[in-house]
Every structure is written in structure tokens, then in C-alpha cells.
Design a protein around this ligand. Structure first.
Ligand SMILES: Nc1ncnc2c1ncn2[C@@H]1O[C@H](COP(=O)(O)OP(=O)(O)OP(=O)(O)O)[C@@H](O)[C@H]1O
Ligand SMILES: [Mg+2]
Length: 518
């Protein structure tokens, strides 16, 4: 076990989530089906919209605004746009004049539509940096849009002419009466000129507005736009899908990736065991069930842990635990022990999971006397060891008798530590299969006594909160684990370096005459 540096919990990282493109892509890949379904739904919705939505066409008529010269202000009472006014204001005024209700009423009179609905389909906007106002009409057909734009523009001009005529008609009699009273002279001539101007305007209409470019039927609809709608549908699906993936990830209580362990704990990943397929569901896997990748992974674990053997005078002891049940503790303990035994080391595997003993089941061995008898002082360790069918005769098993929860208290007795001590004297390496420490603390005294504590994490099974509980429990007990064994790592089941067959690996080990592990 490593010395604790800094604080007792110095190896627990504060939970921080570092982001990187790779992690982002991996997260998406894990739940890519959510994104696919989301994109399919939104694209189908966009397709449905394109197929069923009413088409809208837009056509534009361009109207030029030409302010008149009126230096003496003779025409000011007529409300015409003149050169002296601010050009920006002038164009805004003209927009208001063009889209008048009067014009809409004129168009309405010629059709069966209401002025309000016509005004809703009409808009006018100045074209930037020009003296032109663009009058846009929308309609369900291209021809309808062009017709509406043109008829509205004409109606707007007629409306202006009529308003102008009415104003002139009210002002003209007074001007003519004043003219009759004026003696000949400059003032009379000026007034006569004004009257002449009024009369000319009465006939010509508003000279400041001029249709310069009538609308023509547009080639395509402005809405719906099939390509744009489908692209928007795909984009919306991607955004929603990715959002859902990340929301689910945040709510996911399970550890699914190595980086989730890495960001939380400053401990090494000692081995990565691939996801085994088709193994027994109710019991640990034994050496012969494992594929080459798993065997290689447990060899790696053996090699990494072997370092401690040289540091101590007595035989090293390794305890394997995990945050919760069914996370590969026993499989890892058996495989590590078998792997060590194949290097001709005398190995004792102690089954310290007294509540759910499964090593015997894995090997189809049952014992009358095992660890419980030893802990209770009823039997000696050497009498209770059985030689494992794997491990070339170098692996001795101290199995647990069926006892239920009753036997759990026994691990707290001093005899448990004596047992460990005795085992380390009899063997070259002692491996302890522990219960899940975050769930039951039975084996905590043993965890304190061993040299190495290894935490097994099964991806997709181990819980984030339980792992944290285990980490805190170990840290409080002054234990710094050696690292993690990750079980069920995807992409690690390919044929491993040098040899694709697990069976061959076992057979290739030097064959030794079977000797008792004790
Ligand atoms: N590499 C693997 N890939 C897939 N499944 C695995 C792997 N290793 C172990 N398993 C399966 O996981 C389950 C639990 O394994 P195991 O009994 O070793 O876990 P455990 O932590 O000891 O469980 P318990 O808490 O019940 O003692 C078993 O069904 C086993 O077959
Ligand atoms: Mg187990």
C-alpha cells in the first residue's frame, strides 16, 4: 500500500469535469441512437411541414420618391415631400403614404378581401442608400403576389392624387378670391403662379411618387423552402439529440468510461479487462472462461502489483474490493491468483466475502471446513486449504462455508489478522476476495492489514456515488488503494499482442508437478 501524501484523501480528486473534443465525441457515440432518433423525428416533421404548408410567394413593386422644389413654401399646405425636408424623414413619410388604409380600401373595393387582410399581405421598406421604396406583396400564387403589389402601388398613387385634389379644391377658392382683390403687381403675379401650380397638380396628382419598376410573378415561393426546412430539421434534431445525450449523461448514476474514474481519483488504472461475452451470469468467471484480452489484462495487473513483492520481507497480500456487488471482485481475485500461480509462486486465495461466497461455485467445489472454521478457531489454515483446479497446483483456496450474514462478524476478530499473517508466511502471495466495502464494511480490518488494495470497477455497473463512498471510507481508514481494475472495457477484446488464443496461453505455461499451495 502506498504512503499517504498530503491529506488522507489526497488521492481523491475534487469532482471536476474537464472537457475535450474526444470526450465530447465519446459521450455522443455512447448514446448515438438518441441523436439518430431525434434527427429522424425533426427531419420527418420538417418534411411534413414542407408537404402540407401553404405556399407563399412574394413580389415587389418599386416606387421612386422624388421630392419637389418649393423654395418659397407655396406648396407647403399640400403635404408634398419637398427638397428642404430631411431625406430620411422624407422616405419614411413616403412609406407611410404608400401603405395607407385608403389605398387598401381601394384595392378591397375591386376584390372580395377586407382592407385589413390586404394590409397584412403588404409591406413597404426603403431600399438602403436610395430614393426607392420597395412595396412587397405576398400571396398563395406567384401571379397573385405580382397582381397585388402592382394594384396596391397604383391604388396608393390614386389615393395620393385624390387626397391632393381634395386639399387643392378646398384651398383654391380662397386663393382665387384674394387674386381678384389684388392690384396688378408682383404679389398678384406670384399668387397667379401659385394658383396655376395648384391647378396643374390637381390634374397630375402627387408628382413625388412614381412607379419605376412594376412587380413580375416570382419564380419560386419564399415559403416553404424544402431544402432550408429539411436542413433546419436536421440541425434542430442534432441540437436536441446532443442536448438530450448530455442531460442523460449528467443524470446517469453509473460509471461508464475510464475518464470518469480518472477525473475523480489520482490513482492509476492498473488493468483494463475487456467485456466478456457469454459467461455465466450468476457466478464469477474462472481462468478458462476468459478470452486472451482478459488474461493479458490480469497479467498486467500481476506485473504491476509484483513490484511490492520486492519491497517487503514477508509475502505480499493483495485485497480486491469494489464499491458494490457484482462488479468483478471475485473474477479478478481468481484471475490474479491464477496468473500469479502460473509464475510458479505459491499463492493462497482467501475468500473473505462470507455473505456471498462464490469461489467454490465457480470451481464446483464445496467445503465443510473453510475460512469460518479457521476464524472461529475450530480448524487450522493448512487443513482447510484446497488446491485449485487451475494454477498448476500452486494455487491454494481458503473457501468460505455458507454462513449468510452471521459469519460477517468473524472478520472483525483478531483471528482474521492472524489468519492473514499466517497465510503470508505459508505462501509467496496472498490474494483476498473481499465483499463490496462501500456496502458492507466486514473486510475493512483486512483492507487495513494487506499491502495492496485494488478496486474493481465494472463499467456500466459500478455507481459513481458508491465509488465515492468507498473512496471516502478507505481514505478515512488511512488506506490509499494501489489503483483500479476496470472490468468490461469496450474495445479491449481484440486479439492481444502476440497471441489470439486464451487456451494456448494456459497450456504454454511450464508444466509443474502438482504440489499443495500450503
Ligand atoms: N470481464 C468481464 N466481462 C463481463 N462480465 C464479467 C467480467 N468479469 C466478470 N463478469 C461477470 O460479472 C458478474 C460478477 O462477477 P463477480 O462475481 O466476479 O463479481 P463480484 O464483485 O465478486 O460479485 P459479488 O459482489 O456478488 O461477490 C458475473 O456474472 C461475472 O460473470
Ligand atoms: Mg464476489
Amino acid at each position: 500500500m502506498r504512503e499517504i501524501t498530503e491529506s488522507p484523501a489526497g488521492w481523491i480528486e475534487p469532482p471536476s469535469e474537464q472537457q475535450s473534443l474526444r470526450r465530447f465525441l465519446e459521450t455522443i457515440r455512447e448514446r448515438i441512437w438518441i441523436v439518430v432518433v431525434s434527427v429522424m423525428i425533426t427531419t420527418a416533421a420538417a418534411g411534413l411541414y414542407v408537404a402540407t404548408a401553404d405556399s407563399v410567394y412574394e413580389a415587389e413593386t418599386q416606387i421612386q420618391v422624388v421630392p419637389i422644389d418649393d423654395p418659397d413654401g407655396r406648396l407647403s399646405s399640400l403635404g408634398l415631400i419637398n427638397n428642404s425636408s430631411d431625406p430620411l424623414r422624407a422616405i419614411e413619410t413616403s412609406v407611410a403614404l404608400i401603405t395607407s388604409r385608403g389605398a387598401a380600401e381601394r384595392v378591397a373595393a375591386e376584390t372580395d378581401r377586407s382592407p385589413d387582410s390586404i394590409l397584412r399581405d403588404i409591406s413597404a421598406e426603403p431600399i438602403a442608400e436610395s430614393d426607392v421604396v420597395s412595396l412587397t406583396a405576398s400571396a398563395p400564387t406567384a401571379v397573385g403576389a405580382a397582381d397585388l403589389a402592382n394594384s396596391f402601388a397604383k391604388a396608393a398613387l390614386r389615393e395620393r392624387a385624390s387626397t391632393l385634389r381634395e386639399t387643392i379644391d378646398t384651398e383654391l377658392p380662397a386663393l382665387e378670391a384674394r387674386l381678384r382683390e389684388l392690384p396688378p403687381g408682383v404679389a398678384r403675379d406670384t399668387l397667379a403662379a401659385q394658383i396655376a401650380q395648384f391647378e396643374a397638380l390637381r390634374v397630375s396628382g402627387d408628382p413625388t411618387l412614381r412607379i419605376i419598376d412594376p412587380a413580375v410573378p416570382p419564380g419560386s415561393a419564399v415559403s416553404p423552402r424544402p431544402l432550408l426546412s429539411i436542413l433546419a430539421g436536421i440541425f434542430a434534431g442534432l441540437v436536441l439529440g446532443v442536448g438530450a445525450v448530455f442531460a442523460l449523461r449528467m443524470l446517469d448514476p453509473l460509471i461508464r468510461r475510464e475518464d470518469q474514474v480518472r477525473v475523480r481519483y489520482r490513482l492509476p488504472i492498473l488493468a483494463r479487462v475487456p467485456q466478456e461475452r457469454g459467461g455465466p451470469r450468476d457466478r464469477p468467471l474462472v481462468w478458462s472462461n476468459l478470452v486472451g484480452g482478459s488474461i493479458e489484462a490480469y497479467r498486467t495487473l500481476r506485473a504491476v502489483l509484483a513490484g511490492s513483492a520486492t519491497r517487503n520481507s514477508r509475502a505480499p497480500s493483495i485485497l480486491i474490493s469494489s464499491p458494490g456487488p457484482g462488479e468483478g471482485k471475485t473474477t479478478s481475485a481468481i484471475s490474479l491468483a491464477a496468473s500469479l500461480a502460473l509464475t510458479e509462486k505459491r499463492v493462497i486465495l482467501i475468500e473473505a466475502d462470507l455473505r456471498r461466497p462464490t469461489i467454490g461455485k465457480a470451481f464446483n467445489i464445496s467445503v465443510n471446513r473453510g475460512i469460518i472454521s479457521v476464524l472461529a478457531g475450530e480448524a487450522k489454515l493448512e487443513d482447510c486449504l484446497v488446491t485449485s483446479p487451475i494454477g498448476e497446483g500452486h494455487l491454494g483456496l481458503l473457501l468460505a462455508e455458507e454462513s449468510g450474514a452471521a459469519g460477517a462478524e468473524l472478520l472483525a476478530l483478531p483471528t482474521a489478522l492472524e489468519l492473514l499473517d499466517q497465510a503470508t508466511k505459508m505462501a509467496d502471495v496472498v490474494v483476498v476476495d473481499s465483499p463490496p466495502l462501500a456496502t458492507v464494511v466486514d473486510a475493512l480490518p483486512l483492507a487495513r492489514a494487506v499491502d495492496e488494495v485494488v478496486i474493481a470497477i465494472k463499467l456500466g455497473t459500478s455507481r459513481i456515488d458508491r465509488t465515492q463512498e468507498l473512496a471516502e471510507l478507505l481514505a478515512e481508514s488511512g488506506i490509499t488503494p494501489s489503483g483500479f481494475v476496470l472490468i468490461g472495457v469496450p474495445g479491449h477484446s481484440e486479439p492481444y499482442y502476440g497471441d489470439p488464443s486464451s487456451q494456448q496461453v494456459v497450456e504454454m505455461q511450464p508444466s509443474r508437478p502438482a504440489t499443495s499451495a500450503g
